[in-house]
Design a protein around this ligand. Sequence first.
Ligand SMILES: NC(=O)c1ccc[n+]([C@@H]2O[C@H](COP(=O)([O-])OP(=O)(O)OC[C@H]3O[C@@H](n4cnc5c(N)ncnc54)[C@H](O)[C@@H]3O)[C@@H](O)[C@H]2O)c1
Length: 369
Amino acid sequence: MDDTKRGIRVALIGVGNCASALVQGCTYYSGRGIERPGLMTTSLAGYLPEHLVFATAFDIDVRKVGRDLSEAIYCAPNCTARFVPSLDPLGCEVRAGYEVDSVGAFPKDTPEERRFVPIAPVYGDPAEARRAVIRELERVRAEIVVNYLPVGSDQNARFYAECALEAGCGFVNAMPALMARDMGEQFRRAGLPYLGDDVKSQVGATIVHRALVSLFRDRGLPIRRTYQLNVGGNTDFLNMQDEARLESKRRSKTGAVLSQLDASSLDADGVYIGPSDYISWLDDRKVCFLRIEAEEFGGVPMDIELRLCVEDSPNSAGIVLDAIRAARLARDRGLAGPIEDVCAYLFKSPPEQFDEAVARERFRSFAAG
Ligand SMILES: NC(=O)c1ccc[n+]([C@@H]2O[C@H](COP(=O)([O-])OP(=O)(O)OC[C@H]3O[C@@H](n4cnc5c(N)ncnc54)[C@H](O)[C@@H]3O)[C@@H](O)[C@H]2O)c1
């Protein structure tokens, strides 16, 4: 590999559980040769996990701001698996982020080690915050900004996306602020790639549900009703206890499944998909209960039930690792705006949905150039 390909300079927005899994994973998979079990893509056009350089990070939690990223990823309320026991310092200090709508009202009795503890505001007004974030992205020569903000942070997601635009960075939107169409077009005009929205985990509830409904469709069985209930114990689930914050997540998850089936067979209220409850002792484990009721030959009813249990954050990290490398590859090739061949495979809410097999083929063709 030539030198121009080394080092993808990444900026993280939010150093929560997903960021922790991603940062740990880059060390875990570093220098391991071609056999790297657990990765969907080992080499993406020559880019390997060890080519990610965490250039800067932003957060608003008192326990994370001011710390090196190598320590911040293990600070409460993060609770994901520590599959790399410790990391050498990364030389990447977590900077103070800017908060507009990213911190919800957690239940009052939630202990501090389970919730965000925000720093006192450090910026006088939005313009000052914007200048500071852009200056930092430029200072560290960030190439790709990864947005890991909590669900419901729609204004904050736009704030950071606009900072990325102005600093000349590509953008990976891992969360469900659904802005791939309009914000994506702004990135196109600026000649920068935009990948989103809302990561589709490697083998998580969404992809399993999509695969099952596709199976029913392919085998000619009309689906009448389905649900997907998810419970977990991380801050993502705690945050989504606030019904007002989770509308975008529900829309994103439901759309990802509905796009794969013939909706005309469904009962009027035949679909329920969403994050459903917070159970603190599950920590970063997520349990999904899925049911499909359909009609078989002769109109005879049948159903299927499935339970899936995953560690939530590592399940998304491999996909974000692919997205970051794809964003850099898009930059190398002068591609801009939403990169549809990538978005449809890696995200729940791409600008355009495709059948999973088509999305996979398009992603592989993109990677192969
Ligand atoms: N499998 C998955 O885990 C998965 C899959 C798809 C999407 N997502 C989405 O990715 C996002 C991140 O998930 P997570 O589990 O890491 O969440 P998290 O709650 O663990 O982390 C969020 C982080 O953002 C920080 N933060 C809050 N406001 C901020 C601000 N204004 N500026 C900078 N930092 C701020 C918090 O302090 C925290 O460290 C969520 O929206 C989640 O829904 C996760």
